[in-house]
Design a protein around this ligand. Sequence first.
Ligand code: AMP
Length: 371
Amino acid sequence: MRGSTPSFLPIGPGGIIGILGGGQLGRMLSLAAAKLGLRTHVYSDKADAPALDVATLRTIAPFDDKGALTKFARSCDAITFEFENVPSAAVAFLAHEKPTHPDARALAVTQDRFAEKTFLSDLGIGTAEFARADTFAEARGALSHIGAPSILKTRHLGYDGKGQAKIVADGDLASALQALREAPAILESLVDFAFECSVVAARAIDGSFIAYDPPENLHTDHILRRSQVPARLTPAQGAQAQAIAKQIADALDYVGVLAVEFFLTKSSALLVNEIAPRVHNSGHWTIEACVVSQFEQHIRAVAGWPLGDPSRHSDAVMDNLIGADAENWRSLAGGTGALHLYGKRDIRPGLKMGHVTRLSPLGAAKPIPRD
Ligand code: AMP
């Protein structure tokens, strides 16, 4: 049972880490587990998911199949997940069988944009102005309080800009609500940011904490296009961002890797945009540029191992390969940088197909042109 969690740990070589979700993050977690002599059991609701190619054990079943979940849990020594839209009921159910990290509370807070922003502001952490907009009346009240320009976002199941509608003028509210199909929503002020950055960090079962150097992140069409370290933050801003990530991880009694996405406003304030309770696209460069990657760090935390050394030995630029970008795999393979392809069967617009990380010596950072 859950109460005896610590006695299961640490999980030694040969142990099995269960991963809910079969995307590229699960694939890279499985590869990192293999490096430590651990094995993975991937549970996916899709038969062609990228992580299934590299897992020791596989289950393909819906996330509400209690029989499949129970069998999965019994084969694992500890369980985690690789995407935050996994049903929290499945995580709570599995936690009765095996140590499951991050826990259902971290998932619940981060699955609901309104609960997440409320949690952050209760901690005194800056965010965009926000208000609940579950009904038309609430949305109208929120807009009269926050004003335009603002963004209406669904509270649940949003990622990569999905479930968002911009409100440029008050008259846009009705069409924005329609675009979101009148789902429960949150209205946020539009932040006039200088740039976006993030902190990828890990917290272990004993509460120890590490944070990677914050990358600067460039999005196009709401999708991460590039992450680059170092970011254009002052040392004090970088330390402040890492301290905010620690405050969040401690408040959630979090175990595993989490990412905190920030806006640096034009007046130099750090505002949190969102928390991802998992390894994160803006931390992929840690595979090549750091002693221990975010993926290994997460496996270490979930398996009850000490956290590894997050130091960065190089500057790095990570470019995502989105949709048709992956058709260039031949020239990318012959170019500079470390190429990662996720093994997705179909190339679709907006789909993350792989990434390339290019390193340069510490302190020599300059924009690296795309191949
Ligand atoms: P999200 O799905 O909330 O991570 O949003 C995806 C991207 O949309 C962010 O990385 C920003 O580039 C942009 N965005 C989201 N919320 C805001 C906001 N309140 N103000 C300005 N830009 C935003």
